[in-house]
Design a binder for this molecule. Structure first.
Ligand code: S3P
Length: 180
């Protein structure tokens, strides 16, 4: 099997995808691509504003187009941190898998709540009953993250450096076993 040599991070909101991707990209000298950031730049709006003014389906369409476009044009090795809902669409899951080694970052519902409760740029969790929203969405999405990823890592209690080191080691092993 021939696969692209990128590292793709998926997982629920608040699992630290961006910070970990940044650290891995520094250590490996890879590009760092953040899908939400690209969407915000393109639209000139924060994610919460896009949801509010244009709606979630519009955001999902942008998310898909951006991923598709990236898959067609990417030439350099990259660490890609994705928005938590990116793998929900099966088309996106196929694209993510085609990009390289997909890693699922996990954390508990309690820790997620602690990390996101003061954040107002996560529209899916706003408007009250945040704990229930986290619980429901996580239960719905866990099988999806499981399906799309080759490796999962429980991040709680680990430093960014430990998590990124673990991902780099497992990715190196994976790429050494697959033709790239
Ligand atoms: C979303 C996660 C967010 C962002 C948007 C939707 C989701 O990204 O893409 O608010 O559906 O889980 P983070 O996972 O970086 O918070």
């Amino acid at each position: 099997m021939s696969i692209a040599e990128n590292i793709v991070l998926v997982g629920f909101m608040g699992t630290g995808k961006s910070a970990i991707a940044r650290e891995i990209s520094k250590k490996l000298n890879f590009h760092h691509i953040e899908t939400d950031e690209m969407i915000e730049k393109r639209e000139g709006m924060k994610i919460s504003e896009i949801f509010e003014k244009k709606g979630e389906p519009y955001f999902r369409k942008l998310e898909h187009e951006m991923l598709e476009n990236f898959c067609q044009t990417a030439t350099e090795k990259a660490v890609i941190s994705t928005g938590g809902g990116m793998p929900v669409s099966d088309l996106n899951r196929d694209l993510l898998k085609s990009l390289g080694y997909v890693v699922w970052l996990r954390t508990t519902k309690e820790e997620t709540f602690k990390r996101v409760s003061n954040d107002n740029n996560r529209p899916l969790l706003s408007g009250g009953e945040m704990e229930l929203k986290i619980l429901t969405l996580m239960e719905e999405r866990d099988p999806i993250y499981e399906e799309v990823s080759q490796f999962k890592i429980d991040t709680e209690g680990l430093s960014i450096s430990e998590i990124s080191g673990g991902i780099i080691d497992s990715a190196s092993y994976f790429f050494s076993k697959h033709e790239v």
